[in-house]
Every structure is written in structure tokens, then in C-alpha cells.
Ligand binder design. Structure first.
Ligand SMILES: O=C(O)CCC(=O)C(=O)O
Length: 263
């Protein structure tokens, strides 16, 4: 599917969407003894585990979310650097191929199916938030919640997958391993650091320590728009490579200027 076809298909899904679909709720914490983020191999990832990780711990680590051959195929697309469609969906054949490859990999690994069961509907995304990227040390985001950018809670799912080792020689993410139910700074609309969020951090971190998972290629961090996180620290190599996709229920799509895409 080209990006234009994905935009068309998503338009139909969003038009058809009725009342907000029900997000899969974690009735209990399936990882009560875990202080940081729960970790499971992909073969043990269930929708209850996912809900528990995100809604009780602020996120979770999934080992081997992408297989080695999928990681290598995606990395091979990065010869010319980051591949990202424009917000409006303007694309190129390289970006179309990359998105198709990423979505096919998610489908083959059961991630699309899991996202659908968790979100309550077949998911859609945004073109500029479905990305395979190579970052250099100058890149990075400060502490934030994506709910600030999405203008409120929307029950999303973010899959942040390392394509190179991330955490020792280059950053993964720093995350607050607890559920935060309020938006710390609703006016944080850019990627600039927010003094309000910085002021809130001591309270947000009271009694817990921020975590910075060490990921092997193919390992992923799963989080949502309420998770307080930032780019990790510690660059010892020139670049890192990562695949990031935000999944949304069409009936709870944030009001963004970008046009959604179907997977
Ligand atoms: O990739 C990163 O370092 C940060 C990504 C992030 O925080 C986000 O997409 O919300």
C-alpha cells in the first residue's frame, strides 16, 4: 500500500468509528513484585500483561519484538538516514517501502493483532509517527508525556524498538516506571524542555527511580501517551537506529493536524 492509499483507508476507518472503543483495562497488576518495568519475551506477551505493564508500571520491555532478519531488513533501508513521511502524508517510494516493511514485520510478529485487542479497534497511526530513524548524538527529547502533544489522554500504544543495541553505548529511553494519571504540562506542545515538567519531576519520581532499559536489536519498550519519558543519555558511538510507531483506536484519535494512516 502507498502512503496515499493508507491515508484513504484510514479516512474510511475514522469516518466509520462510532462511540469511543473500550481500551483493555488491567484489572490487577500481573507484575506486583517488579519495581521498574516488567520484561517479557514476545512469546509471553499477552494483552493482560501489556495492560498491566502500561497501566500499573508506565510501560514494559518486550524482548525480541522484531526478529533479527526483520531488524536487518529495516536497517538496510536507512542507507540515506531517517525515513519519515510528512505529517500530511506526503511520501516517497522509499518511505512507502519502509512503512510496508515495518507494518509487515509487526503483523508477522503478532503486534498488530495485540494492538487491536489492547486498543479495542484495528489501529491507525500518523505518517510522521511511523518512523525508522537513525539518530545522532544531537538528537533527543527532554522529559515529556506525548499526551501533551496529543492534547489529552487517548489510550494509545507506542512501540519503540531498538534496531541497534541501545542503552550502553547510545541511549535508549529514560522512563518513570509508574503510572501517572495527570498531564504534567498541557501546554508542552513542542519538543523543547518544559520548566513545568522539570519542576514536577521530584514529585513524579518520589519513591521510584527512573529506569533506562538496555535493549538488544529487536527489543522494544511499550508505553503510552501518559508515560513520562525522555531520550536516554550516554553517547559513545556516532549513531543509533530505532523504529517507533504510535498506534491509536480510530474512535479515540487525537485531534491532530496530521492525517491518519491505516496499517
Ligand atoms: O527516540 C527518542 O529518543 C525519544 C522518542 C520519544 O520520546 C517519543 O517519540 O515520544
Amino acid at each position: 500500500m502507498t502512503m496515499a492509499e493508507r491515508v484513504e483507508r484510514a479516512r474510511a476507518l475514522v469516518e466509520r468509528a462510532g462511540a469511543p472503543a473500550t481500551l483493555h483495562r488491567a484489572t490487577e497488576d500481573l507484575f506486583p513484585d517488579v519495581d521498574g518495568l516488567p520484561e517479557v519475551p514476545l512469546s509471553e506477551l499477552t494483552v493482560d500483561g501489556l495492560a498491566s505493564g502500561i497501566q500499573h508500571h508506565g510501560g514494559m520491555v518486550v524482548r525480541g519484538l522484531l526478529a533479527p532478519d526483520q531488524v536487518e531488513a529495516l536497517r538496510a533501508q536507512l542507507q540515506d538516514g531517517t525515513l519519515r513521511a510528512k505529517q500530511g502524508g506526503a511520501s516517497s517510494s522509499e518511505v512507502d517501502r519502509m512503512v510496508a516493511m515495518l507494518i509487515d514485520a509487526y503483523r508477522a510478529q503478532g503486534v498488530l493483532d495485540l494492538a487491536e485487542r489492547y486498543l479495542g479497534e484495528a489501529p491507525v497511526g500518523f505518517p510522521h509517527r511511523t518512523v525508522v530513524k537513525r539518530n545522532e548524538p544531537s538528537a533527543g527529547l527532554p522529559w515529556h508525556q506525548d499526551a501533551s502533544f496529543f492534547r489529552g489522554p487517548c489510550g494509545s500504544l507506542d512501540v519503540w524498538t531498538a534496531l541497534t543495541e541501545c542503552g550502553r553505548k547510545c541511549p535508549s529511553l529514560w522512563l518513570v516506571p509508574r503510572r501517572i494519571e495527570r498531564i504534567l504540562d498541557e501546554s508542552q506542545t513542542t519538543v523543547d524542555a518544559s520548566a513545568t515538567v522539570e519542576d514536577e519531576m521530584p514529585e513524579v519520581l518520589e519513591g521510584v527511580e527512573a529506569v533506562r532499559p538496555v535493549l538488544q536489536p529487536g527489543d522494544a519498550i511499550l508505553l503510552d501517551e501518559m508515560t513520562v519519558h525522555r531520550t536516554g543519555t550516554g553517547w559513545k558511538i556516532p549513531s543509533r537506529e530505532v523504529a517507533v510507531t504510535w498506534f491509536f483506536a480510530p474512535s479515540r484519535l487525537p485531534a491532530m493536524t496530521a492525517r491518519p494512516i491505516a496499517f
